[in-house]
Design a protein around this ligand. Structure first.
Ligand SMILES: [Zn+2]
Length: 262
């Protein structure tokens, strides 16, 4: 009996702590943060960790929150949710695609690749920084149209069956590559993680606003097996928010942002 009382009181004090953690947020954002965190598909344990991280540094979170909201206001597509539950329309084509051909510090593996301008600019900054440290980043795949993604996915289904094809590639409309802000680097194989470029990106990409979309061991959350080579440009402020408050998980951050009032 005594131990039961202990358990009950520990549980309720834990719930009280959770609420207290978010009550440290300024009142103008607290309600929307609470609502978005409950609406996003985040398991209880991870949600508690996120709430705790926010509560531990509420003023830093509030500052970043306003920065990220600003990014979303200026560029509504940059942090748009695209995954296995939310698809882009077939006719979605980013309006500011630019070619990567020409004299840039990065190496492209083929001609005619395109990215959205903000992602290309960030890529130039990142590869210049990498080059100063002796690393060359090779860009292997960038923007893909709905139709091109359809071809890739259908080829994979034919070669490996639907279940496996869905682990390693997105059905048309569900690929981050259609946003024009995702980049596949290097060999596009697991070995990339252990190359110098792969290690450099893992340590530094966030500073330039890039985020690893499908980390190791997160298939249940992201819907995709680990892709050490696939980065999405989300802006430096959003990348910092992801690292400091969303357990480093892009899927959590994007789902949370998608639930905020527009
Ligand atoms: Zn990719």
């Amino acid at each position: 009996m005594f131990s039961l009382i202990l358990v009950v009181s520990a549980a309720s004090s834990c719930a009280a702590q959770k609420n207290m953690a978010l009550s440290a947020l300024p009142s103008d954002i607290r309600t929307q943060v609470e609502a978005a965190l409950s609406a996003a598909h985040i398991g209880d344990t991870d949600r508690s960790r996120i709430v705790e991280a926010i509560g531990n540094d509420a003023s830093a979170f509030a500052l970043l929150f306003h920065e990220v909201r600003d990014v979303m206001k200026k560029d509504p597509e940059l942090l748009r949710r695209v995954d296995k539950s939310v698809a882009l329309p077939a006719n979605f084509v980013p309006s500011d695609l630019v070619k990567l051909d020409g004299v840039f510090p990065y190496v492209v593996s083929k001609k005619g690749m395109q990215l959205r301008a903000p992602a290309r600019d960030a890529l130039v900054r990142m590869t210049e920084a990498a080059r100063k440290e002796g690393e060359t980043l090779v860009v292997s795949s960038t923007y893909r149209s709905y139709d091109y993604q359809k071809t890739v996915f259908e080829r994979n289904v034919k070669e490996m069956g639907k279940t496996e094809a869905e682990r390693v590639s997105a059905p048309p409309g569900m690929s981050q590559h259609q946003l024009g802000t995702a980049i596949d680097f290097g060999s596009i194989t697991d070995e990339f993680a252990d190359t110098a470029a792969g290690r450099w990106l893992s340590a530094n990409a966030g500073k330039f606003g890039f985020s690893l979309s499908f980390p190791k061991g997160m298939e249940a959350i992201t819907g995709y097996r680990w892709e050490s080579w696939h980065y999405r440009y989300i802006s430096p402020a959003a990348a910092e928010m992801q690292e400091r408050f969303f357990l480093g998980v892009q899927q959590y951050l994007i789902e949370f942002l998608a639930e905020l009032p527009h």
